[in-house]
Write a protein that binds this ligand. Structure first.
Ligand code: ADP
Ligand code: MG
Length: 246
């Protein structure tokens, strides 16, 4: 099933295009890496698909609909630095936000919503921190909370922007285990990942991007030396690292 169709998507900031002419047909039940150098437009691609940015040209369909009609089915974990971690709010209240799409106007979370939130916190091993202010969490704990909020939303598609940044190895492993479970239950997970290691281990498919789409498809086929060179241009240290990994 095609879950996301992107046709000729271009997004521009102050007349400078950040992504140009992107075409993608994404199917469900896979883990997809969005890979490219800093400033390549990875975050912009996600925000463009989600309809958070004015789109210059192009069309996005999610489950065959305009994205704003299906936002309930989409969880978004922003890049960590885009979130105000000093905001005075506790862990439970952040995760409960995942249930907002289900509440009626001025509605309060029901017992069922509360149970889903507690289960999500348990799943990411953060239940005992439920009353902790988010500013007091470590980087790894912050990512776990983001994941819990996304899980509480019970959506079909998960966009995660660099979920492993600032996270210890143990947290990365347990986050990835949860991501794999999501995939096995037919969900679609798109992950911005800027580290070239683990790509073949983590992703069924990769989107290689540097303003334009360099390549998209099965990781074994697409994550090649030639495509990595095209994506990263002359960034020698990255290319040397890629050589060791291929
Ligand atoms: P990535 O996530 O791959 O690092 P981004 O999508 O954040 O890249 O950014 C792509 C380009 O768009 C960069 O050149 C960046 O400086 C620019 N850009 C991103 N956000 C904005 C913004 N809000 N206003 C102006 N330029 C932006
Ligand atoms: Mg980014």
């Amino acid at each position: 099933m095609d879950v996301i169709k992107v046709k000729n998507l271009t997004v521009t900031y102050n007349r400078k295009p950040a992504i140009k002419g992107i075409n993608l047909n994404i199917q469900n039940g896979r883990i997809i890496g969005i890979i490219g150098p800093n400033g390549a437009g990875k975050s912009t691609l996600i925000k463009g698909i989600l309809g958070f940015l004015p789109v210059d040209t192009g069309e996005v369909k999610v489950f065959g609909e305009n994205v704003n009609q299906v936002l309930k089915k989409i969880s978004y974990i922003p890049q960590k630095e885009q979130f105000d971690w000093d905001f005075p709010i506790n862990v439970y209240d952040v995760v409960v936000m995942g249930r907002y799409p289900y509440l009626s106007l001025f509605g309060h979370p029901t017992q069922k919503d509360k149970k889903i939130v507690i289960d999500a916190l348990e799943k990411v091993e953060m239940l005992k921190y439920k009353d902790t202010q988010i500013r007091n969490l470590s980087g790894g704990q912050q990512q776990r909370i983001f994941l819990a909020r996304a899980l509480a939303q019970e959506s079909e598609i998960y966009f995660m922007d660099e979920p492993f940044v600032g996270v210890d190895a143990k947290t990365e492993k347990s986050i990835f285990e949860i991501i794999k479970e999501l995939k096995e239950s037919g969900k679609t997970i798109l992950i911005v990942h800027h580290d070239l290691s683990r790509i073949k281990e983590y992703f069924d498919e990769v989107i290689l991007i540097n303003q334009t789409l360099i390549a998209y498809g099965n990781t074994e086929k697409v994550f090649t030396k030639e495509n990595i060179e095209k994506t990263y241009g002359g960034q020698l240290t990255i290319l040397q690292k890629a050589n060791q990994l291929l």
